[in-house]
Design a protein around this ligand. Structure first.
Ligand SMILES: [Zn+2]
Length: 257
């Protein structure tokens, strides 16, 4: 049996070619190292929507997701993925297509969003383009009706653009409540993800799928540990505690049995 449990879903944001302004974005050259590691370690990429039929996925499947739809993903992630024959899912806030990520403050190169032509090109190349609402609100403070409006409009904007069904959703800021799950279901989504860390298999609600966050400083070996432990914090300090705990468990089991 493999030491890995899978599938596992990773969350990326921007992939700029210079130092990221955000803790959640990663430099394109470091992202390229992540892809090299995944390939060399035998991980297979799947789309988020493939999680509906998880039994069909190969062992060691990883789902790469990109939130928001940053323009720097085109050069920094989409083209390198194509080159490696890998795939990924993008969650797009539809009001921001060709615009800026307004929630990040002052517009800059790194807040620029993908335009429709690029989204269509990415979809045609086999990437999944999915929903991240229209205006990127904190859904948990909206009424059920407001949430439904955000979810159904974003879905139809993307479906018109791509001429395909859009059934995957990511909650902005990872914030949601019971109404969000109801709204997602009612408006025709069949999978949604949060920012809670953990294995895909540790959550049985298809509208609360867990993801591991990737941060700006994450090296390929940090990524490897994240894939092993399905946790956002894989600092050596925490790892030391984990192994100390395991050694202690072993010790106590052997002395008690
Ligand atoms: Zn977002």
């Amino acid at each position: 049996m493999s030491q890995y449990r899978s599938p596992i879903v990773l969350m990326y944001h921007g992939t700029p070619d210079s130092q990221p302004d955000s803790h959640y974005s990663i430099r394109a050259d470091l992202f390229a190292k992540h892809l090299g590691y995944l390939k060399q370690a035998g991980w297979k990429t799947a789309l988020f929507k493939d999680l509906r039929n998880v039994e069909n996925l190969p062992e060691k499947s990883v789902v790469l997701t990109f939130d928001d739809g940053y323009d720097d993903n085109y050069l920094g992630a989409f083209l390198p993925l194509l080159e490696h024959e890998m795939k990924a899912t993008w969650f797009i806030a539809t009001d921001c297509i060709s615009g800026h990520a307004h929630w990040l403050g002052k517009p800059s190169m790194q807040t620029r969003m993908l335009n429709s032509e690029r989204l269509l090109e990415m979809h045609t190349a086999g990437m999944e383009i999915a929903s991240h609402t229209c205006s990127h609100p904190d859904l948990s403070i909206l009424s059920l009706n407001q949430q439904q409006a955000e979810l159904s409009k974003a879905k139809s904007v993307l479906e018109d653009l791509l001429s395909t069904q859009v059934t995957s959703l990511a909650y902005p800021f990872g914030r949601f409540n019971a109404d969000s799950v109801t709204a997602a279901e009612k408006t025709g989504y069949n999978l949604a993800c949060t920012t809670r860390p953990g294995w895909f298999g540790s959550e049985n609600n298809p509208y609360m799928i867990r993801r591991i966050a990737i941060f700006s400083g994450d090296s390929a070996s940090t990524l490897a540990r994240k894939l092993t432990f399905a946790d956002n914090d894989v600092s050596w300090k925490k790892m030391a505690r984990y192994y100390a705990g395991r050694a202690w468990d072993k010790l106590s089991r052997s002395s008690w049995n």
